[in-house]
Write a protein that binds this ligand. Sequence first.
Ligand code: CA
Length: 531
Amino acid sequence: MSVGIFNRVLTGLLVFVLFSSVSFASSLKLTRDAENLEAYISHPKQLAVAKEKLAKLEAKTGKKPNLVIMLVDDMGWGDLGVYGGGVAIGAPTPVMDRLANAGLRLTSAYSQPTCTPTRASLLTGRLPIRHGIYRPPVFGEKGGLADEITLAELLSEVGYRTAVFGKWHLGKDPGQQPQNQGFDESIVMYDGSPKIFLSTDYKDKLREIYYDPELKAYIQNIIKKNPGLMKANKGEKAELALAINWDNAASLDQRFADYSVDFISRMTTQDDPFFLFHSFTKVHEPSLPTKEFAGKSPAKQVFQDSLMEVDAIVARIISALKENNLEENTLVLLLSDNGPDEDKFPDMGHTPFRGAKGGTWDGGVRVPAIFWWPGMIDPMRSSDGLFDFTDIFNTLLTVAGAQGKIPVDRYIDGVDQTSFLLTENGESNRNAVFMYTLNHLTAVRWREWKKHLMIAVIGDGTYAGGIGMKNEARIVRTPGQNIMNLYIDNKERVSVGAEKSWTMPFFGRIIKNHRQSLVKYPPKKKVLTMP
Ligand code: CA
């Protein structure tokens, strides 16, 4: 060991000892309201301000706020202009940029690495290790959401009208379908993309494996059972709303926008508040822009065309809220469900971070997150405060005045971020973000630091993507203290664990507490049953 490194390590250890004995307790002071609830950073003053704002608004409007989640599929952190992409990468996004500038833009919001776990976590406030939904359920498979308690169910219980339009991807079995998971109205595609409906007719349009006659028959049988968009009202049996084929696949997102716009306009005559979950199929591959958008992006690529179409659809939904004079009493979230899919060049999004969809390098899980609520959220705000998608569950329930509905019989990983969102320069209530790949805790973010417990190794780690199926990838335990500083190393290239060993006891405490919660509330090991 050279003298220089020896001195740095020695300094690190001295700081370690000081922090362990002096500052440790005060710096990690968290509040836990109940054994089954995640501990959080309490900000009593900003919470009082947020509560007062909500009370004043309710006194004025006479009802609880409406809640709208727009969830884009596979849109990267770096795709939006306001996050550094946009016109610079051949796809201007003026509507989403304006929405961000009129509200709050978060720069450290974390989803799960893939579609289905993210959706399940958002709707349950629980990490995949708790709800057990690590992958999409296949046709006929039972379990999944069936024994989970969803945001839509709890909002229904306090009088909200609830609807979901778009990609569901949370199971096809009746128990997992939206009308049995708290949604009054739903028109959804159960699958991850329209691809399966087009697969037996791929011919030369997309090269896939379905030329095999036996496999083709298998896929056709699946499609026969589930031929396209399925419509259902609460508790009813789902019916076919639209068979998906090559002629209409590109226009699915415009149809979903039709449904959401119609729902919003009908809600103006209701006394009840509403919860709308608008879930895009775009910009998941294969990108299929409608004719109106095909070739219109400066990039002249289907991905960028589709991103511009998403931008235009966001405009349709925001316009519907404004035209119906609902913006004053509606909290709008615009999110992406995971990082960009880098397996399908050039049909793919962008991120300034390392990795992509499928892994827990930041590129896979750090996503755009915009909150818009005129009069309630200050314009031109941005924050790097930590936010996990599980927080959406607790936060929306609090905004709806339904925090008392949060389950007591299971662990809830989300924390209430209402005061972070609604107060001027509000600070995050979240102490750390736990990143999982399947059931492995692979990384933990705390402040600007990120500790890797396991990493995905793919090629040289720079371009090849996340741990998508098209890449050779493996997950390995990291040697020693693999700790990155995301503020000086956004590509997570260099561990500073030896020099910054003072971070070790903080991470140690955070991980120990998390693991203890898993002892008290054991993970779900098998929730899906293959047919
Ligand atoms: Ca996705």
